[in-house]
Write a protein that binds this ligand. Structure first.
Ligand code: HEM
Length: 417
């Protein structure tokens, strides 16, 4: 029998206007009041662009933990007709990556990736990340002596590419190129990419394709003790066709670099920004450095790198009081859900003592494989900054990128307080 469910009456112009405000530099400078407005519209309601928006923690949790909800894979994207956002080269490159695969393919590919950052690997790479941390902080400190320094470009953008680049065995001379390609590639995952952003994303997808085709070729010819060589070896045991084996290793390598950079860059700059904006919390942290690991997770709750995550209904499904039809998309507005007062006490307070659950690394079968690395980078950086840095203050207004899904602070200029 057809379920008798009502779709909540939400004026689409109200939602559209909220999103246009969210997607400005001003909206991004403090999205929390806009998220409160969004949550007031309902836990789930129709999106003006098709599908539904979800704003409550409980419903985001239900969808992400479910083993039946799907991700927008290649088949779903190509079924959307000629919609640029889903059918452009950058989008189709993303569709080949692990978070955009559904079981059983997802299960097979996730197993092939191995543990990535288990205890042994973390112990092996910890020393070099600690060294990288001191190196970037040396440069930052030197620049500060001149009056002010940009934490984003000198530290937050550098540390993640050094960490992942060394782990993958990539030459440091390629880091700047990889940073620029990955930053541009993620533009295709925005809510409303402009034609010029889509063109940049496609060019970047092409650049990444070329770079990693060459890398896989090289590692196949001369395998080393590195993850790309090990993905090739794993796929040789799973896939008799060598070209297909190389294509799988290639997709994993492209995705890992894209997944690791923009996200960790945001985590590091956001963590330092939030502490500087909340001096009482910084004082508390200085007095109780045992809260350092909590700060990383509280940052991922308060202002995660990814604010919206998509899922597709596997069949007609009831969510809250709404019927979502098979094949319809829901956008999990996790940035809003992580301030849901039914989940968190005083959600708008950034509190270094909190050890919060959050969706900053996703949840369910797509839970982030790089979480231990990102947490390690955050902890080492903060521990070192607390020891060696003078007191700092933000000395210029913050230029936020006008986007919705992936947060990006272009500069965090600070000076000694
Ligand atoms: C602060 C840094 C990071 C954040 C905030 C982050 C966030 C996320 C999120 C939200 C997802 C789930 C996406 C979804 O459910 O649709 C995810 C998946 C993933 N992340 Fe991360 N990530 C970070 C760093 C990294 C790093 C450093 C790596 C690798 C070196 C990585 C590798 C992955 C992989 C492979 C997946 C896909 C897992 C799957 O689909 O089975 N991430 N990440």
């Amino acid at each position: 029998m057809e379920p008798t469910l009502t779709t909540p009456a939400v004026d689409r112009r109200t939602v559209a206007s909220l999103f246009s405000r969210l997607r400005t530099r001003k909206g991004q400078s403090n999205p929390l009041p806009l998220y409160a407005e969004l949550r007031d519209l309902g836990d789930i309601f129709p999106s003006p662009w098709g599908g539904h928006l979800i704003t409550s923690y409980a419903l985001c949790d239900e969808v992400m933990r479910s083993r039946t909800w799907r991700v927008p894979d290649t088949q779903w994207r190509t079924s959307q007709g000629n919609v640029a956002r889903w059918n452009r080269p950058a989008s189709l490159q993303t569709a080949k990556s692990l978070p955009m695969l559904n079981p059983p393919h997802h299960t097979r590919v996730r197993r092939s990736a191995g543990k990535m950052f288990d205890r042994t690997t973390l112990t092996e790479i910890k020393e070099s990340i600690a060294r990288n941390t001191e190196e970037v902080l040396d440069r930052f400190e030197k620049e500060l002596l001149g009056g002010s320094a940009d934490f984003t470009s000198l530290v937050a953008d550098e540390l993640p590419v050094m960490s992942i680049g060394q782990w993958m065995g990539l030459p440091p001379s390629d880091y700047a190129l990889l940073r620029s390609l990955t930053n541009d590639q993620t533009l295709s995952q925005e809510f409303f990419p402009t034609p010029s952003q889509l063109a940049r994303a496609d060019a970047a997808a092409h650049g990444l394709q070329e770079y990693f085709t060459e890398l896989v070729r090289e590692r196949r010819r001369a395998p080393g003790n590195d993850p790309v060589s090990s993905w090739i070896a794993t796929w040789d045991t799973l896939e008799p066709d060598r070209e297909k084996a190389d294509a799988e290793a290639h997709s994993m390598a492209v995705f890992v670099i894209v997944a690791a950079l923009e996200t960790t860059e945001h985590l590091l700059s956001s963590m330092v920004r939030l502490l500087l904006e909340h001096p009482e919390q910084l004082d508390r942290l200085r007095a109780h450095p045992q809260y350092v690991p909590h700060v990383v997770d509280e940052t991922l709750r308060y202002d995660p790198a990814i604010h919206a995550i998509s899922r597709i209904a596997p069949h007609d499904t009831t969510l809250g009081d709404t019927l979502v039809r098979e094949g319809e998309m829901v956008q999990l507005m996790v940035g809003a859900a992580q301030h849901d007062p039914r989940q968190y006490a005083a959600p708008e307070t950034f509190d270094v003592r909190r050890k919060p659950p959050h969706f900053g690394f996703g949840s369910g079968i797509h839970y982030c494989l790089g979480a231990p690395l990102a947490r390690l980078e955050g902890k080492l950086l903060l521990t070192s900054m607390l020891k060696r840095m003078p007191r700092l203050r933000i000395s210029e207004s913050l230029p936020w990128e006008p986007r919705v899904s992936f947060r990006r602070l272009n500069r965090l200029t600070v000076s000694a307080a």
